[in-house]
Design a protein around this ligand. Sequence first.
Ligand code: HEC
Length: 302
Amino acid sequence: MKSMVKRGVLGLSGLVALAAVSLGTFVEVEASEYDASVEQVYDIPVPDVARSIDPKVVARGKHIVDAVAGCSSRACHGADLAGGERIDLGPVGSIHAPNLSVLAVAYADGELARLVRHGIKKDGRTVRFMPVQDFNWLSDADLIAIVSYLRTVPPVDRENDSTNVKTLGKVLDRRGQVRLDVAGHMDHTRIDQAPPPSPTPEYGRFLARACTGCHGEHLSGGPIPGAPSSVPVPLNLTPDDTGLAGWTFEDFDRLLSTGARRSGKRLDPFMPTESFGKLEDDEKRALWAYLRTLPPTKLGQR
Ligand code: HEC
């Protein structure tokens, strides 16, 4: 009897060992699939886009860079666009956005537009981490505005680390839980374009893409996959009791503009209010209108 139990236990641990080995193989396969995908060169034509010096176009570009797309937020390219803070996502990797104030000079106007719409660098390969899917819905006129504004940004002489994707990041990317191989996850033949700006849920749906990278695809919050506990948990933006049920537009506006929650408590600076606070009134109303159409969902549920 005793020996049978023992054999059973050995059998179980044998199975566990076998599972660990095959899991190890899976991880290797997924990591090498990721490596091959980020090395591929895309054959996507450079759009015929040229900068404008019209001050209105440049001002629209600055608004997109600072507010709508959040390019200049602290953890992305930073206020001077020379590379913001490095984000350490533990075993997933680390992100340090490049110095755009210097790098943009090396790009032709059309190459910059292609980068913003398709996530493809000058060399034809994908950008990593940069959440292009959050703002590639912008119109051609807005792409021109972004390019035009970038041409006016003074170069800042500052070096920063490069982005480093570790094995867990590669595996989570292959499983669709985080987007690091940006161009690899996009259907380049079908890129959704937003309707003209208006304070409606239809437009807000596009603006809200900027929230999904942290608050999740369903906007119900919950921990960012693979992120260490030092990264604060994004909260629930759906109209549920564990989210924004009971909030008014004024509460939402105050939060975006000042970083103060409904309770008066200050938000962790990981939530980029320095960018979203600069959204125009109509844009905040569009976002709010869209958030109100979401099905109430518990924190972190889908
Ligand atoms: C870089 C990650 C990140 C992005 C992008 C982001 N958020 Fe957040 N957000 C957070 C984190 C983290 C918290 C929680 C901070 C805390 O607990 O102090 C938060 C909290 C909030 C809260 C407070 C909810 C509450 O119950 O008090 C609201 C509202 C909010 N975010 C709205 C938005 C909207 C709208 C967008 C898109 C326009 C957005 N966030 C984009 C990370 C992000």
